[in-house]
Design a binder for this molecule. Structure first.
Ligand code: NAP
Length: 246
């Protein structure tokens, strides 16, 4: 019987991802985070505290071999993985589709879709082999709507969301649970700092939702799609979770 719960947060060094890491640590997980950038690793360490049970592993998620090595390193060390959360992507702003340089398209595709493909290939495969565990993909409102001058982000986010739904569909013959969470409002992060708006969902609260979902404490645990309408909606769900779990 496994005692320690193991989570992998892909994108855990990002503005949203660090909130997910924080919430899972609070629930007693050991958290693995793939990182490419030394500054972002230091920023995450500073946020969660030097003693936090976080393992930073260098990996470019756009490289399938590196993602497979990451999976193997974690499984060799821990024997299993309980939860994988994907909050990975790069932002693009400024060109309409017909004017977008080809190199920008290729980079956007690599960071937003090849990464997601590689992560699911290694980690959904692992969870299926174990025949247990949860796989969670996060997306923003652009997955369902078009925003001026960042249309390509809608294409990427919609594809990420559909990839999660396809994986969930294919998981019918296993005990693996797959979720697509869409926060239909912006997320307040430390990196956005002064741009944050009080109506936005704090990254830590989104993390609390993820932690409650994988623990089976929010409504709809048998549904793939979880839509968080706004901050009030999330606050109401988290209040109810706290009432029920103490
Ligand atoms: N409502 C919302 O707005 C909302 C809600 C949920 C999710 N999302 C989506 O969640 C994602 C993260 O958002 P964010 O604000 O946290 O962005 P962010 O701060 O830029 O973080 C992006 C993360 O993805 C990682 N990443 C990107 N390409 C990578 C690659 N090739 N290899 C390894 N890591 C890679 C980055 O790693 P480095 O630190 O190494 O750069 C970073 O950890 C975005 O795609 C966003 O659209 C948005």
């Amino acid at each position: 019987m496994h005692t320690r719960r193991i989570a992998v947060v892909a994108g855990g060094s990002g503005g949203i991802g660090e909130g997910i890491v924080f919430a899972l640590l609070n629930q007693g997980y050991r958290v693995y985070v793939p990182t490419r950038d030394g500054d972002h690793s230091a920023r995450l360490r500073e946020f969660v505290g030097a003693d936090a049970d976080v393992h930073l592993v260098p990996a470019d998620l756009a490289d399938a071999d590196q993602v497979e090595r990451l999976r193997k390193e974690i499984v060799d060390a821990e024997g299993h993985i309980d939860t994988v959360v994907v909050s990975v992507g790069s932002y693009y702003y400024g060109h309409r589709m017909h004017r977008m340089p080809v190199e920008d398209w290729n980079r956007t595709l690599r960071d937003n879709l090849s990464t997601h493909f590689n992560i699911q290939r290694a980690f959904v495969g692992q969870l299926r082999e174990q025949n247990r565990g949860t796989y969670v993909v996060l997306s923003g409102p652009e997955a369902d709507t078009i925003h001026p001058d960042e249309q390509v982000m809608s294409i990427m986010a919609a594809a990420q969301k559909m990839m999660a739904r396809v994986i969930a569909h294919e998981a019918f013959d296993s005990m693996v649970r797959v979720y697509s969470i869409t926060a239909q409002t912006s997320i307040a992060t430390r990196s956005r700092d002064a741009q944050n708006n009080p109506d936005w969902i704090p990254a830590r609260d989104l993390g609390s939702y993820v932690a409650a979902l994988v623990a089976g404490h929010v409504p709809g645990i048998h549904e793939t799609r979880h839509e968080i309408r706004d901050r009030r909606h999330l606050d109401a769900v988290l209040d109810e979770v706290r009432r029920r779990t103490g």
